[in-house]
Design a protein around this ligand. Sequence first.
Ligand code: ZN
Ligand code: MN
Ligand code: MN
Length: 284
Amino acid sequence: MKKYNLLIGTHITISKGLAKAIEIGQSIGCAAIQIFTKSNRIYFAKKLTKQEIEDFKTATKKSGIKVIAHTSYLINLCSTKEETEQKSITSLKEELKRCEQLDITYLVMHPGSHMKEGEEKGIKKIAKNLEKVLDSANGATMILLETMAGQGTNIGYKFEQLKQIRDLCKHKKLIGFCFDTCHVYSAGYDIGTKKGFEQAFKDFDNILGLKNLKAIHLNDSKTKLGSRKDRHANIGKGTIPKLAFQLLMRDKRFKEIPKILETPTDSDMKEYKEELKLLKKWAE
Ligand code: ZN
Ligand code: MN
Ligand code: MN
């Protein structure tokens, strides 16, 4: 098992198979990767075969790469459409099960969109349904609620909202958080100045607890501070001052936390490679 210093990497496609994603991650120098455990455009997928599980676990162990997963974008635990709400619960249960089978310890998810029913109602519904999902968990995988930009009726653009969801659940040990730099900046947290950066993480610690921060998404933003838009840009090419990423890369508190790029990239991953190089330089 290889030992990596910086736990950085990228989201990797599974279009060529789960085990293949590890290989691809390795080929571009990732120490950590994020995957969907199935197509992110469908609610339900074929069950994983024993072989797929074996191959994936073997590849992961051999590589020493830290793997985290992200749920499908279709899941909305606070949908106002009964059918979508139920499908989301069942789908999330299945995604959690896949992670448990694959020994993936963290599953990142977007809290949900209240679809004009209001944030308070949405938060309660998310917590209630998350509780249902976690009732079926075996405890090997945590669900990480992601900080959101607050686009449309998305919930989770304030740390307080994520706290409310977790506070309403019994299974707190199985709920952690993922910090997305693009989303947080678009939500209005000015992580681009030293003072703003420190304040944002102080608030995060006070409200959510840094010990519950289990993953970081490294994305620049195409839109400005407080825009409430979710538009990822390549690192150094967006509106977030590079100081934010430099501070993040050098901060000892985040050393052991997987830091994942979800930025626009071509199939040859040229952008990913350049960004990883840049981030490694900034870490020094
Ligand atoms: Zn996400
Ligand atoms: Mn993200
Ligand atoms: Mn996003």
